[in-house]
Design a protein around this ligand. Structure first.
Ligand SMILES: Nc1ncnc2c1ncn2[C@@H]1O[C@H](COP(=O)(O)OP(=O)(O)OP(=O)(O)O)[C@@H](O)[C@H]1O
Ligand SMILES: [Mg+2]
Length: 512
């Protein structure tokens, strides 16, 4: 029976090209007639292939897609008259087509696995399709290629959409949202933030996230960012090795550490990807080391807030647990996920733990080597923030200039810094620091960490609350007198860290 040739697509104007489009274009340019594309995002695979049919094969060619439930369809939904829900019949139909076309076979890994005649038929088509300029693309959520087809099927995996692709998708959705009567903040800066919040999601997930955000806020604007980031948090947490850290900290909430704060604020403008900033100028990352409780974690959270980027922590304990494949594989996978989700700040906490016993374990050594290479080669949207306490365990390669933009040492806060930390924590808990002569606490709190200052404030306020009265200066003094700081209880260790770091890292604080 005759079928009408499906209509061809008009060529689209040349917009900026996304990473996946480019990869597909290059694959198709090789003239290979059989491809296998692994992706769980079927909606997206279809979009990319449709675009490829219209643009990447010399001239626009018809696009057909096949699925077990719907058979072969053209782009406008026209079906063939052949009983093509049968995989074998679908291949026979393709064999009868005389002219160039692109065929997507959805989930075709299953018929290929189950039926020898389907496998054989596909191999027959290899030469036929190559001669006629036809391309068959199997799309599947898993990589499952029968052995005898390994050499015929060119395999590729779709990474998640990049900025360019996500932008095209968002603009399409924004038009639909506007058409449905909701307001869309169309300013470039807002759209950019929304796109960045969605990077790392599949188009299916992004589409769901947008629907949810618009349903909650009644419009698409900056206030939707938390809802979009929440979607990303859910996705990332599924990985088991990466955690989304939601409790952002303002840089103003950090007492002291003026040198580091200034450094960060200066770099903030450079971080946002702009074409006029050379790649070597874009900050790669910082290593923050120092005494426990002096604000390392706090600083990392402040970096993310100050760069307006989401913060993710790589959980090294999970990576080494073996629950997510071999540690090496899990680590590489986590790094890749971070690249997909970029721009972001990636936090490696207690990094020395992951590399502590390089000599004793080959695996850790390989992970460390991978980390160093990755630091060098990672794309510009990923800012690495590493923190370490036992800095003497860090190998020299790690600290060497060029890996990180800067290695900061966070020391015990000096007098003026401790006062500032007192002020911050009193204010945070609703007490007015101006009421107290905090200078009188200086001598009593020498050698304290920021965490100990915070603990003093919390205990004093708790005491006052229990007695149902306002906080008095005396509460602070009395609590302070009782606290024995880490720098006393663990004097050797703290001294060791301080002496070791002093010559090897930039002080995060102005000198006292
Ligand atoms: N410079 C500071 N300014 C304000 N608060 C501080 C400062 N340093 C420490 N703190 C308080 O102490 C708490 C603990 O600090 P943080 O978790 O950042 O320490 P850390 O250096 O990461 O310690 P660890 O090595 O134990 O992880 C913070 O949540 C914060 O409330
Ligand atoms: Mg910490």
């Amino acid at each position: 029976m005759e079928t009408n040739p499906p209509p061809t697509n008009p060529p689209s104007p040349p917009p900026p090209e996304g990473k996946s489009d480019k990869a597909l274009r290059q694959l198709l340019a090789s003239g290979h007639p059989l491809l296998y594309v692994m992706s769980a995002d079927e909606l997206r695979a279809g979009r990319l292939l449709r675009h490829a049919a219209a643009n990447f094969l010399g001239k626009p060619v018809p696009f057909w897609s096949w699925s077990l439930t719907e058979g072969l369809r053209t782009e406008d939904g026209t079906r063939t008259d052949t009983p093509s829900t049968d995989p074998r019949a679908a291949l026979d139909f393709i064999a009868e087509q005389p002219s160039p076309a692109l065929f997507q076979l959805k989930d075709f890994h299953e018929p290929l696995r189950d039926a020898a005649d389907v496998r054989r038929r596909l191999r027959d088509l290899f030469v036929l399709c190559a001669e006629r300029g036809q391309v068959i693309v199997v799309t599947a959520p898993v990589r499952q290629i029968p052995e005898e087809l390994e050499s015929n099927l060119l395999y590729t995996e779709l990474t998640v959409p990049d900025f360019v692709e996500m932008k095209a998708f968002l603009l399409e959705r924004a038009a639909a949202i506007t058409a449905a009567g909701a307001w869309v903040d169309n300013r470039d800066t807002s759209l950019d933030l929304i796109i960045r919040a969605m990077l790392g999601l599949t188009l299916d997930e992004a589409s769901f996230a947008l629907r949810r955000a618009v349903a909650t806020h009644g419009r698409l604007a900056r206030e939707c960012l938390p809802a979009l980031l929440e979607e990303k948090r859910l996705r990332v947490n599924r990985s088991g090795t990466i955690e989304f850290i939601g409790d952002g900290q303002e840089i103003e909430r950090i007492g002291g550490l003026e040198v580091m704060k200034k450094w960060l604020l200066e770099r903030r403008a450079l971080f946002h990807p702009r074409d006029d900033v050379g790649a070597e100028l874009v900050p790669k990352g910082v290593l923050v080391m120092g005494v426990s409780g002096c604000g390392k974690s706090l600083s990392i959270k402040a970096i993310a807030s100050s760069f307006e980027l989401p913060l993710y922590r790589i959980n090294m304990a999970e990576i080494f647990s073996g629950r997510h494949g071999t540690p090496e594989w899990a680590f590489a996978r986590a790094c890749r996920t971070m690249e997909e989700i970029a721009p972001a700040v990636v936090w490696f906490d207690e990094i020395e733990m992951s590399i502590a016993s390089i000599e004793s374990s080959g695996e850790q050594g390989r992970i460390f080597a991978h980390f160093l290479t990755w630091m060098q080669e990672k794309p510009r949207g990923v800012f690495v923030a590493a923190t370490a306490n036992r800095i003497d365990l860090l190998p020299a390669e790690m600290i060497r200039k060029g890996r990180f933009d800067e290695v900061f040492f966070v020391d015990l806060p000096h007098d003026a810094e401790r006062i500032e930390i007192f002020q911050i924590h009193l204010e945070r808990r609703g007490a007015d620091p101006a009421k107290f002569d905090l200078n009188r606490l200086v001598a009593l709190t020498r050698g304290w960490t920021g965490a100990e200052v915070e603990q003093c404030v919390v205990s004093a306020i708790t005491r006052a609350r229990i007695e149902d009265r306002e906080l008095k200066f005396d509460d602070l003094m009395r609590t302070a007198a009782r606290i024995v700081p880490l720098s006393k209880t663990m004097k050797e260790q703290v001294d060791h860290i301080r002496n070791w770091a002093r010559d090897r890292a930039a002080p995060a604080s102005l000198s006292a």
